[in-house]
Write a protein that binds this ligand. Sequence first.
Ligand SMILES: [Zn+2]
Length: 311
Amino acid sequence: MVRILAVDLGGSHAACALVEDKAIIARDGITFGDGVTLEAILPEIAEVLRRLNNQHMAQGVGFGFCGLVDARNSRVSSTNGKFVDAVDLDLRAWGQNQIGLPLRLENDARLALLGECAAGAAQGETDVVMFTLGTGIGGVAMMDGRPLQGKHGQAGVLGGHVPVNFNGRKCTCGAIGCAESEASGWSLPLVCAEWPGFATSALQGREINFENVFACAAAGDRVAVEVQQHCLQVWGATAIAAVHAFDPDVLLYGGGVMKSANVVIPFIQDYVNRYAWTPWGKPTVRAAQLGNDAALLGVVPLFQQESGFVR
Ligand SMILES: [Zn+2]
C-alpha cells in the first residue's frame, strides 16, 4: 500500500489530499487571491498537509505545479505569469523541513495523465496523449508508460502551444497562432468578436464561453455554429500533431469543454480517423474520467515510477 500526500496548485486554489493507491482518503485545500507569491502560501499548504497526515501514514509529498517543471530535479523552470517566485524556491527542502517527507514536483498536466492512467480512463495504457480543454489548453504525452521529460524537462507538456495558424493571434506564451490562442476559454471572446456577423449573433450580449457557444450552435445560430466548427478543427489539428509527434494508442480529453463531450469526442475521433497517418490502426479518442482529482491521484504513480523509492 502506498500513501502519498498530494498538492495540486492552480491559479486560485491549492487542492490537497492524502492518496492511498487509487483512492483519495482525505482532502482539504486553500484558496487565495490574484498575484500572491508561492512563498506566501507555502506555510498554509504545509499546515493542511500536516493535518491530512495526522496519523503519519504518508510516505512522500507529490506536488503538482501549473508551469514548466524540471521533474528530475524537482524544480520549477518557468511560469506563465503565476507564482513567478517559484523558480527560486527549493520545494524539496521545504517538504523535508516542513512535512518531514521526501517531495517530488511535477507539472500538473503530467500528474493528471499519470492519475488517469492509474485510476481513470486510461488504465492499462502506456502510450497516451492527454489534452485539457478549458481556460487554456493543457497537452501532455506519455510514451512507454512514462511521461515524456526531454533534455530540459519540457518535452510533451506544451500541447496547447503547438502552432496551428502562423498568421494567427499572439499567444500568452509569446508564440503566434497556438492552439490555445485560437480556441481556448481565454481566446474565445477574441475569436467571437472578430467573427463576421457577430454583431447580429445570438451570442451578442451573452457571456462568451464554450457552454454558450455550443448552446447557441445547437439552436442554429450561424456565428456560433461557425465558431464551434473553428474550435473543433483547431482541436482536431492539434490531435493530429500529437499523433504524429508521439505515436499514442489513446487520446484523452478533459477540462470544462468536456461538458460537451458528446460533440467534441466524436468530432475528434472522426478527424483522427480521416487525417492521422497511422498504418497500424487509429488511436482511440476518449473523455477523461477523474476531473479535478486526476492530478491528485497521479502522485502515487509519480512515486512508484522511481524504482526502489516506494514500493
Ligand atoms: Zn502559446
